[in-house]
Design a protein around this ligand. Structure first.
Ligand code: PEP
Length: 246
């Protein structure tokens, strides 16, 4: 079995500041190492500063367009030039607040990859979809949009983050067993197309992860780290979550 190095990534959303970044950067670099990679998805305007301080840095979204008359959009190539190495695509807040469809997300995935960023494809079901037993079909459709556009090989240069919508920012975490079940489903789905890609693929869990629940989640066989929202803004909590992935 391929061994996978865990990745813990903070998603600051529309929060944080240069001051917080300056305070956290040295400690994040110190906790990262052979046993865990640590990354920060900072607001776009902090990408350069984060990368310059040696933190593995991601951008929270990118435009599907390469360049042109698209005021306010974020250019993937420029994020890369400023030092970003990852791009979130399809975060549930982008899907639900900004109306991004599976096809939009696939287009952003393609642009991120084309410009040398590693896309982190966020997938997950709403509470209602879970209650209606649609978890697997919803996640399948979210992943299939990328596979249909780019082929399964594109997943070899990507990360998937399973983030149940009902668990993001709500304080309700999926139990380790619930999360593992979905992670296993995702890996098996991809293995049915290419087993090597599936074995190497990092699948992160996100949704109200904190320093109390992270160890049990990260101990699951198919959970390769986490995407951490609220707790990534608190230095001690985030460091302890990173430690628990080792
Ligand atoms: C997220 O924003 O991706 C997230 C998982 O947020 P939180 O940890 O706050 O639920």
């Amino acid at each position: 079995m391929a061994s996978r190095k865990p990745l813990v990534a903070g998603n600051w959303k529309l929060n944080g500041s240069l001051e917080l970044l300056n305070e956290m950067a040295p400690e994040l670099k110190a906790v990262a190492g052979e046993d865990v990679d640590v990354a920060l998805f900072v607001p776009a305007l902090l990408v350069a500063s984060s990368a310059q301080q040696g933190v593995i840095t991601g951008i929270q979204t990118v435009s599907e367009y390469e360049s042109g008359a698209y005021t306010g959009e974020i250019q993937a190539s420029l994020a890369k030039e400023l030092g970003a190495s990852f791009a979130l695509v399809g975060h549930s807040e982008r899907r639900h607040i900004f109306g991004e469809s599976n096809e939009d997300v696939a287009a952003k995935f393609a642009m991120a990859q084309q410009q040398g960023l590693t896309p982190v494809l966020c997938v997950g079901e709403t509470e209602q979809q879970r209650e209606q037993n649609e978890t697997e079909s919803v996640i399948s459709a979210q992943i299939d949009a990328v596979i249909e556009k780019l082929g399964v090989a594109a997943l070899s240069q990507s990360v998937i983050a399973y983030e149940p919508v009902w668990a993001i920012g709500t304080g309700k975490t999926a139990s380790p067993e619930q999360a593992q079940q979905v992670h296993q489903f995702i890996r098996a789905k991809i293995a049915s197309l290419d087993s090597e890609i599936a074995q190497r693929l990092l699948i992160l869990y996100g949704g109200s992860v904190n320093e109390q629940n992270s160890s049990d989640l990260f101990a699951q066989a198919d959970i390769d780290g986490g995407l951490i929202g609220g707790a990534s803004l608190k230095k001690d909590a985030f460091i302890s979550i990173c430690e628990s992935a080792k």
